[in-house]
Ligand binder design. Structure first.
Ligand SMILES: [Zn+2]
Length: 182
């Protein structure tokens, strides 16, 4: 049976903490949360299920959003209609990134931020992320575009950073000459 996760709101101080590295083996509780996060993120991107379970669409979650300050992130990326790639990274690190910057033109959203925040969030167009899978095997991914943004957004959560911290208050919007808008 599907049971919604309890996702912390932006006002919760736990979202501002620096999370600690997770250690292996992961506990069954952690593995269960990861599985539930994958399900919930997937359902949230399937219209009839999102409606049924009253889920706001989201493609990523980080453990601090569940009240656990451990460096674990989950991303469910819809690559084509109804087809999803799942990424679970334990102790993820960005090991290289592009010079080119991008921003989501519509801005970013976050399952912990229950309001619209306007403004472009500058991100690297491409990142290479290294980390571990749930069994402790080393893994690596090269992410671009939307997926690159998702990795940077989720890794920020592990460092107590919310996306709007990165919006320039004096100049919240860029034009196409300054940054590539996607
Ligand atoms: Zn978020």
């Amino acid at each position: 049976m599907f049971k919604k996760l309890n996702i912390l709101d932006e006002k919760d101080k736990r979202l501002r903490m620096i999370s600690k590295d997770a250690t292996f083996p992961l506990s069954n509780e952690d593995k269960d949360l990861i599985k539930r996060a994958i399900d919930e993120l997937t359902y949230s991107q399937i219209e009839n299920l999102a409606e049924k379970y009253e889920l706001r669409p989201g493609m990523g979650l980080a453990f601090p959003q569940l009240g656990l300050n451990k460096r674990i992130i989950i991303i469910v990326h819809e690559v084509e209609d109804g087809v999803f790639d799942e990424y679970v990274f334990v102790n993820p690190k960005i090991i290289s990134y592009s010079n080119e910057m991008i921003a989501a033109d519509v801005g970013e959203g976050c399952l912990s931020v229950n309001r619209e925040v306007e403004g472009h969030v500058p991100r690297y167009a491409r990142v290479t992320v290294e980390g571990y899978d749930i069994d402790g095997n080393k893994i690596k991914v090269r992410a671009r575009e939307e997926l690159s943004i998702a990795f940077q957004h989720e890794i920020d959560h592990l460092n107590g950073i919310l996306f709007y911290d990165r919006i320039n208050k004096d100049k919240p919007f860029f034009n196409e000459n300054e940054i590539r808008l996607i």
